[in-house]
Design a protein around this ligand. Structure first.
Ligand code: GLN
Length: 203
């Protein structure tokens, strides 16, 4: 088996930065602009950006059911910031989340204007080698996480990195740092643990 091929939803937002990180981790990355391209990839990243715009584009291009199916296939999916909003089950101001594949509720832009952008040193037990310098940009806040959700890190009490089986969500932007550990963790979500389905081409 060759290296995993990770699709990066490239409709809007900071997909280029994710692509660079995936390259750095030694995996292959491919921009996803059409739903049928999902068939070819072993994992998927939903980048940060603007969730309202991404929602419109995903509906327009017919991505919603296809990404839900992708999530149900057991292949790893990672959403950062706006991507987290799209994956969430509940978005406080709209009710339902677009995809509803992880049992969390989020509040958009919840950290307030004065803290619109900031860095914080996070303790992430799943990662070795000390704190992770996380960048938050108009981040959503996870204000509820159901029983299937594993909380991998918190900041000021609120979960900021969470996982439910093959779905990983960060409210910060690991793709904007030079620290690849969160992406490496994502690449290690290969279906061998947590009762995930094994996907053949994801080693
Ligand atoms: N505030 C943005 C939204 O609600 C998310 C911010 C981000 O992805 N950096 O869509």
């Amino acid at each position: 088996m060759g290296k995993p091929l990770i699709g990066i939803l490239a409709l809007q937002g900071d997909f280029r930065e994710h692509r660079i990180m995936i390259d750095r981790c030694g995996a292959a990355a491919r921009d996803i602009r059409l739903p049928r391209q999902l068939e070819e990839v072993d994992g998927l990243i939903m980048p940060g950006g603007e969730s309202t715009t991404m929602t419109k584009l995903m509906i327009e291009y017919g991505f919603v059911d296809e990404v839900r199916r992708f999530c149900a296939s057991g292949r790893p999916v990672f959403g950062t910031c706006a991507g987290a909003i799209l994956l969430a089950d509940r978005v406080r101001e709209n009710g339902r989340g677009l995809l509803g594949v992880i049992d969390i509720a989020v509040v958009r832009n919840a950290y307030g204007r004065q803290l619109a952008s900031r860095e914080a040193a996070l303790t992430i037990a799943a990662l070795d080698n000390g704190p992770f310098r996380a960048i938050f940009i108009r981040a959503p806040m996870i204000d509820e996480a159901g029983p299937p959700v594993e909380i991998l890190s918190r900041y000021q009490g609120a979960p900021v990195l969470v996982r439910q089986n093959n779905i990983l969500v960060a409210t910060f932007h690991p793709e904007l740092t030079d620290d690849a550990r969160v992406h490496e963790y994502f690449l290690s979500m290969n279906g061998r643990d947590k009762g995930l389905q094994q996907h053949d081409s994801f080693p």
